[in-house]
Design a protein around this ligand. Structure first.
Ligand code: C2O
Ligand code: CU
Ligand code: CU
Length: 528
């Protein structure tokens, strides 16, 4: 079958020997040993759960640089400043290949955690990079091709929080008032062991969906906060494939002041927020107006996605997962004693982070990537799947240029400005619209992520999105600020403006539904 007929000219690089030495010229401000280990911890009741976990130890740096989350598989939290020179000595002690990717960080190819750099049990990979990103909530997780989903699921994921002068000039909540909230769904069996993809291939096609929510790796999804406190909640959707429609149970709007790539220009209030896998937001929470008797919870509101996510032709039997189209609790806020902090949320936060799309040479004919399905059972990007260091002609860009990329999941693209549509599905004008064919039943959202850079969203086209679905989510998107992950609904395309700066080399872009990624919905792009 000519699945890869579109890859006419392919460049490959020999397997590299990066990450093997500690460079003595690199003067590290922060030096951390980070081990991936197998262990077992008490997550539910009596019987321990087998997990993977990152264990950090600080070789150099302030002691608040590294915070292990006690009693949890996930973490640690690494806190650095922009400009810090960071060395991470990743030691793999799990019995499978792994490598760490720094999600959202602007680093070189050798420091990005490309799957081709996986190391075996007993080996070490040394990362050395300067933190060039602005203040924000970044994160790290494994990236071994084909096994990312399972390794993250078992507990390998942590936060990489950056602060900078711009952020410190504001009086935002710090210390105990700056709280990470990592949201993940999991399923446990009767022996308290994690269950991953029990229905095999069909589960994999859909992506893992669990039947309960863990916050920061724990079953107890409640936070005890000071009544009268003002809080910064740093939300990360660390789930393998599940997106959330988050809202306060009280009906008050959510106030969001930061996204993947840091602070917004000004805070936004939304009735609810759609948080797709890998996305981060900063939520402002002012408890000074709350009474102790009032119940306060972050909840998931129904999204009519189930027939795309397990119904339809997926036909997953014995599906115990939390239905998308239902309401469930995410996080309970318990109020304890009254204590104030003097933090404030200013109306003006950051200076504009908007890249100018008129700088993009290809403004009127965006580089188009179609996220869809090939041969019925293969998730692809422009008809291709991940293949090592392979990069195709239309995946090569020039250093120091700005481009517009169109991420398309069956969106309605007028033919004049479609330059390289490929793939059997998800690219034809209107093909998805009213069809009842197989392709229609295999439409799914794809949370799309680009490595190494932070883009701006300049256009979100929703003409082909099912109206019922769109109406349920349309007020929950933040299209401002710098981001590295976007939620591409079926029938949607999104235009992104981005700049390729500082580093040449191969970087990845992929669907962050980790099961889709593991099945190959991932490609390299090359900056040259
Ligand atoms: Cu969190 Cu390649 O991604
Ligand atoms: Cu990434
Ligand atoms: Cu996907």
């Amino acid at each position: 079958m000519p699945l890869f007929s579109s890859c006419n000219s392919v460049t490959s690089t020999a397997h590299p020997k990066a990450g093997t030495t500690v460079n003595s010229d690199f003067n590290a401000d922060v030096d951390i040993q980070l081990k991936a280990v197998q262990s077992s911890i008490n997550i539910l009741s009596t019987i321990n759960t087998d997990i993977y976990s990152y264990k950090g130890s600080l070789i150099k740096g302030d002691k608040q640089t590294l915070q292990q989350l006690e009693g949890s598989a996930i973490g640690p939290i690494i806190r650095v400043e922009k400009g810090d020179r960071v060395r991470i000595r990743f030691e793999n002690e799990i019995s499978e290949k792994s490598i760490i990717h720094w999600h959202g960080l602007h680093v070189s190819h050798e420091n990005d955690g490309h799957p081709e750099y996986v190391i075996e049990k007993g080996e070490t990979y040394i990362y050395e990079f300067e933190v060039m990103n602005r203040a924000g909530t970044y994160w790290f997780h494994p990236h071994p091709h084909g096994h990312t989903g399972e390794q993250v699921y078992k507990g390998l994921a942590g936060l990489f929080i950056v602060t900078d002068e711009e952020e410190k000039a504001f009086n935002l909540p710090t210390g105990d008032y700056d709280i990470p909230v990592i949201i993940q769904d999991r399923t446990f069996d009767e022996n308290n062991q994690l269950v991953y993809l029990p229905n095999g291939r069909m589960d994999r096609m859909r992506g893992f969906l669990g039947n309960r929510i863990l916050i920061n790796g724990k079953m107890d999804n409640s936070l005890s906060l000071n009544k009268d406190g003002k809080y910064r909640l740093r939300l990360l959707n660390g789930s393998n494939s599940r997106a959330y429609k988050l809202a306060w149970n009280t009906g008050e709007p959510l106030t969001i002041f930061g996204v993947d790539g840091g602070l917004l220009e000004s805070p936004k209030t939304l009735p609810y927020l759609i948080l797709a896998p890998a996305q981060r937001v900063d939520v402002w929470l002012d408890l000074s107006k709350k009474s102790e008797s009032e119940e306060l919870k972050l909840i998931h509101l129904p999204i009519p996605l189930d027939n795309m996510m397990g119904g339809g032709m997926m036909g997953i039997e014995n599906d115990s997962s939390l239905p998308y189209n239902s309401q469930f609790d995410i996080l309970n806020i318990n109020l304890r004693d009254s204590r104030k902090n003097d933090a404030q949320l200013p109306n003006r936060l950051s200076v504009s982070q908007a890249l100018d799309p008129t700088d993009a040479a290809n403004r009127t004919s965006p580089r188009t990537f179609n996220f869809g399905m090939e041969g019925m059972m293969k998730w692809t990007i422009n008809g291709r799947t991940y293949n090592g260091m392979e990069v195709a002609d239309d995946e090569i860009v020039k250093l120091n240029t700005t481009e517009v990329w169109r991420m398309n999941n069956g969106g309605k693209i007028s033919t004049e400005n479609q330059n390289n549509g490929r793939g059997m599905m998800g690219n034809k004008n209107g093909m998805m619209r009213n069809g009842r064919g197989m392709e229609n039943m295999m439409q799914m959202p794809h949370p799309v992520h680009i490595h190494q850079l932070q883009f701006n969203i300049i256009n979100r086209n929703t003409e082909n999105v099912d109206r019922n679905l769109w109406n349920a989510v349309k007020d929950g998107f933040i299209d401002e600020g710098r981001q590295d992950s976007v939620y591409l609904l079926p029938g949607m395309y999104i235009d992104l403006v981005m700049r390729f700066a500082d580093f040449k080399g191969l970087f990845l872009f992929h669907c962050h539904n980790l099961e889709h990624e593991d099945m190959g919905m991932m490609r390299n792009f090359k900056i040259e």
